[in-house]
Design a protein around this ligand. Sequence first.
Ligand code: SF4
Length: 315
Amino acid sequence: MSEADRADRPASPASPDASDAPDAPPSPPAPDRAVCPICPQACRLRAGQLGNCGARVGARVAAGSEVRPAAFGRITALALDPIEKKPLARFWPGSQILSVGGIGCNLHCPFCQNAEISQCRASAGLVAGLRYLPPEDLVAEAVRLGPRGNIGVAYTYNEPFIAYEYLQQSARLVHAAGLLNVVVSNGYINAGPLRQLLPLIDAANIDLKAFRQSAYDQMGAPHGLERVQQSIELLAAHCHLEVTTLIVPGLNDDAGQITEIAAWLASINKDIPLHITRFHPAYKMLKTPAPARPQIFGYVRLAERHLNYVYAGNI
Ligand code: SF4
């Protein structure tokens, strides 16, 4: 199948620069905007307008308006990584996983460690320059890498849930091939779309970036804390789950928050692994120094009072 053939599919990239003019065929009056159902940002988009994540676009369809992925199948990274790099410490240790990333994010963290792919927007020009890897080819690559220890596909690097349709289609094929799906996410997704994906997810690592809504406000995430907690609870009940908290100076670097995070996770399951990782200067916080290593290890010891598995990362 040629790339041109694939681009004709309904879920293929819509043009972010599409005209806002009404469709030519007569049809019932279409609503001016469509509400994206994926995450709590609830973007209301006109045709051609990109959402807050920069990865979903309003589109006109026969029945009205909807929101579609703007860069379906366009990837920014593909690598065979050790599972521990996701990080997952207690899920198939020692294995490898084919890791794929796209573009955009529905949070806008000033400390983002991956801003070059997460904080750009899927303009038509940018999308055209990205490699196209449809779900069928992604899964074929995952199968091909089986002899090198690959156990499946990890959706990672940027926020994978905003590429909802790509993740869903790929994950179905991954399971059909007898492989596993791993999601590495900020957890900022509505419960409905997440529930639909749960049967396809075998393991997840969710960022719990702070335990204060005021911190999530700095990331542009209304209701961020409660929604991420909701995602963690849903995933913990369904699949293998690990949680990561990046220690960012001024955001969450206090013993009280770390203790609250660990105690809350323990109230769900004391066996949930928690990764306490060390911020490095990045994106809009280039002048902020990394926390001292002893500080990170101190938080690890605090969390170990509540949880059975706590790991220091980026040390
Ligand atoms: S996934 Fe993107 S377009 Fe949809 S609501 Fe969230 S930020 Fe908006």
